[in-house]
Ligand binder design. Structure first.
Ligand SMILES: Cc1cc2nc3c(=O)[nH]c(=O)nc-3n(C[C@H](O)[C@H](O)[C@H](O)COP(=O)(O)OP(=O)(O)OC[C@H]3O[C@@H](n4cnc5c(N)ncnc54)[C@H](O)[C@@H]3O)c2cc1C
Length: 285
């Protein structure tokens, strides 16, 4: 059943400062709405809680992609289409580009934002594994100030995050240290577009004449949150890549992930696919 529109109060914030003042208000609890591609689905289904929604879509302070010689900074309101068009992201951060290309279809890519994807905190979302592999940092801002946290500390448990209700996620920062790495992103879903992942993998490795000097690995849809697989990384990093090591790595992965049965897939299939994808990447290094 659809939601009843008069039960919702929506206000547009003119600038970041005004938005933060409203979010910090003790009288009314405001919830940000960016592209609305997650929230409007809930609204249509009658599952969006009634209340006060703060439209942040127009905030210039949260838009745009900036580059320096050492890092790239992506505004939280950056859409997937903007990510796809960015030459630096195409060249150095192909995992993020692939995640954007495989998110929804063009309409969603034009409206959905990277910040919204992060804060919506679906374990099946497609960008988080890429962001985890790049050891991204995110900025959280309130009237009390700004704090940068490592993205791997953001997701605490299913839909539980390190963000207060008076804070906005404003920027996403990634170090430009992918030179000489091989990057691998795969999304397994029911269709090529408009499909929620059954499993998705993002991985990055540096192979120095057979020794893997750097290895980063993350998955979507195999745990209650997007998951960086640090223990599996440790099996490989600094080692000579051999078939026996790959087998060891697959065993470690099976201990680190905890997929579930749901309407999209089941835990046995998800575990098998995750292992196969990792084996595929390692086999091509
Ligand atoms: C048809 C369809 C297909 C989709 N396909 C995919 C897919 O393939 N892969 C995928 O990962 N997702 C998919 N999605 C989900 C959605 O499009 C993404 O998660 C998108 O990135 C959400 O961004 P948004 O700006 O629209 O978020 P909104 O709906 O505006 O907000 C989502 C949540 O984030 C919060 N929020 C948003 N911005 C901020 C901010 N800056 N600071 C603090 N809180 C904030 C909101 O309060 C809300 O809780 C799909 C959705 C639809 C409708």
């Amino acid at each position: 059943m659809k939601s009843y529109t008069p039960d919702f109060h929506i206000q547009t914030a003119e600038n970041l400062k005004a938005a933060l003042v409203l979010l910090g208000s003790t009288k009314v609890k405001w919830k940000p709405i960016a592209g609305g591609t997650d929230l409007m689905v809930l609204f249509e289904a009658g599952k969006l809680p009634q209340g006060h929604y703060l439209n942040i879509w127009g905030l210039k302070e949260l838009k745009g992609i900036k580059e320096t010689s050492t890092e790239i900074e992506i505004g939280a309101l950056t859409t997937y289409s903007e990510i796809l068009e960015n030459v630096l992201i195409q060249k150095e951060f192909s995992l993020l580009c692939e995640a954007a290309r495989l998110t929804g279809a063009v309409a969603i890519q034009n409206r959905g934002t990277l910040g919204g994807n992060i804060v919506n905190a679906s374990p099946a979302a497609d960008s988080p594994p890429a962001l985890l592999v790049y050891e991204t940092e995110v900025e959280l801002v309130s009237t009390k100030g700004s704090r940068w946290i490592t993205y791997s500390d953001f997701h605490k448990a299913y839909k539980k995050m390190e963000i207060r209700s008076d804070e906005l996620l404003t920027r996403i920062r990634i170090k430009r240290n992918t030179q000489g790495t091989q990057q691998y992103y795969r999304k397994v879903g029911t269709r090529k577009a408009q499909a929620i992942s059954k499993v998705c993998i993002a991985a990055l490795a540096k192979n120095n004449a057979g020794t893997i000097s750097k290895f980063r690995l993350a998955f979507g849809s195999v745990a209650a949150t997007p998951l960086r697989c640090v223990k599996t990384e440790q099996v490989i990093e600094g080692q000579k890549l051999t078939p026996a090591l790959i087998d060891k790595c697959i065993v470690e992965l099976s201990k680190e992930i905890s997929p579930i049965d749901d309407i999209r897939s089941n835990k046995v299939y998800r575990a098998l696919v995750a292992a196969n994808l990792l084996r595929d990447f390692l086999g091509h290094l």
